[in-house]
Design a protein around this ligand. Structure first.
Ligand code: NDP
Length: 337
């Protein structure tokens, strides 16, 4: 649903984003704005001149209610500042905004988890997060060598964070089916969310079906896959001007980016596009006033090639590495952080 509101001298479109119910009874908005700014020669790219804060404020004005960050992204502080400003201005109340952040791999030991979350809350300037995710099933030492910490130890400490009121819900990211099943079987709290890489070239049907059959909401990261330049690399593969996507987009009077994001919504998956541009913030949220039919959904799923853009093969000898190993692992950009 779209509501037109008059803001000072101009008209702005406020999209009312639908929500899904999670297995703990809480609600989660159906699209999230990604806040990972990528890598540069210094490691993780930093926001300059409060750029990210201002993007989030614009996004809230447009109707975005769900924001995805992580301790390792270095965007928690500006995201939290934007939330505090918009709450103070009464644009939204705190409980209308949904904040997801993630535990980094070097904080997996039992005694480290609560401290890591407290640090994230301090960065955000908030007293709880709506969703706390284990970023990877991979525990690492400070020097990025593998620890033998079992992710179940980490999960139990995350359960304590719910008990303490620091996280309203907890979940997993980058876990494979077997690892997810183990947490479901052995944990006290069932994960509310699974966040994994999904785009037309990585459909992930089996894992999505399994998670959803367990009442777990799926969030899909890197929704544009090869359609955008990643880390300075132009990938071969599906592009925004693909004729099949264009044909579907023209039928609905939408852009191909909107059609791809709607493909997530049809599969009840939360897409989490990242943009820092106002025009694209508007474009990416304007996906709740049309529907794709079964045939169109299938046409997009046919692009599947099981291609991953987030495959940290530099960790592939870790006992809990979730994906297939390769012959030539890439260099670890996180050690530059
Ligand atoms: P996306 O698929 O969202 O791609 C982002 C790129 O797409 C940016 O370069 C952006 O450019 C461009 N873009 C955005 N909207 C449009 C549009 N409508 N048309 C054309 N180009 C567009 O991938 P990300 O890898 O950034 O993933 C999104 C989010 O997912 C991250 O920000 C992060 O929050 C999360 N994530 C989680 C991971 C995990 O391990 N759990 C791993 C990776 C990501 P511009 O900004 O210039 O508009």
């Amino acid at each position: 649903m779209v509501i037109f509101i008059s803001q000072m001298s101009h008209f702005m479109v406020l999209t009312k984003v639908p929500k899904y119910k999670m297995n703990n009874g809480r609600e989660i908005p159906a699209i999230a704005l990604g806040t990972f700014l990528g890598f540069d020669e210094h490691g993780v790219t930093q926001s300059e001149n409060k750029m990210l804060r201002d993007v989030v404020i614009q996004a809230i004005d447009l109707g975005y209610r769900h924001f995805d960050t992580a301790a390792v992204y270095n965007t928690e502080a500006e995201l939290g500042e934007a939330v505090r400003i918009t709450v103070a201005e009464q644009t939204v109340s705190r409980d209308e905004v949904f904040i997801t952040t993630k535990l980094w791999n070097t904080r997996h030991r039992k005694g480290q988890v609560m401290k890591a979350l407290e640090e994230s809350l301090r960065q955000l300037g908030l007293d709880y997060v709506d969703l706390y995710l284990m970023h990877w099933p991979i525990g690492l030492n400070d020097d990025y060598t593998p620890t033998n910490t079992d992710y179940m130890e980490t999960w139990r400490a995350m359960e304590d964070a719910v008990e303490a009121g620091y996280a309203k819900s907890i979940g997993l990211s980058n876990f494979n089916k077997q690892q997810l099943k183990r947490v479901i079987d052995e944990g006290n709290i069932k994960p509310a969310v699974l966040q994994i890489e999904i785009h037309p070239q990585l459909v992930q049907e089996e894992l999505v079906q399994y998670a959803q059959s367990q009442g777990i909401v799926v969030m899909g990261f890197s929704p544009f896959g090869s359609m955008v330049t990643r880390f300075g690399v132009n990938y071969t593969g599906l592009r925004f001007n693909d004729p099949v996507l264009r044909q579907i987009a023209e039928r609905h009077n939408k852009t191909t980016a909107q059609v791809v994001l709607r493909w997530f919504v049809e599969r009840k998956i939360i897409p989490m596009p990242k943009t820092i541009r106002y025009s694209r913030l508007i474009e990416n949220i304007d996906i709740f006033d049309f529907q794709l039919d079964e045939e169109e959904i299938e046409m997009i799923s046919q692009f599947n090639r099981n291609v991953r853009f987030t495959a940290p093969t530099f960790w592939q000898n870790h006992p809990h590495y979730p994906f297939d190993k390769v012959d030539n692992p890439i260099e670890d950009p996180f050690t530059k952080i």
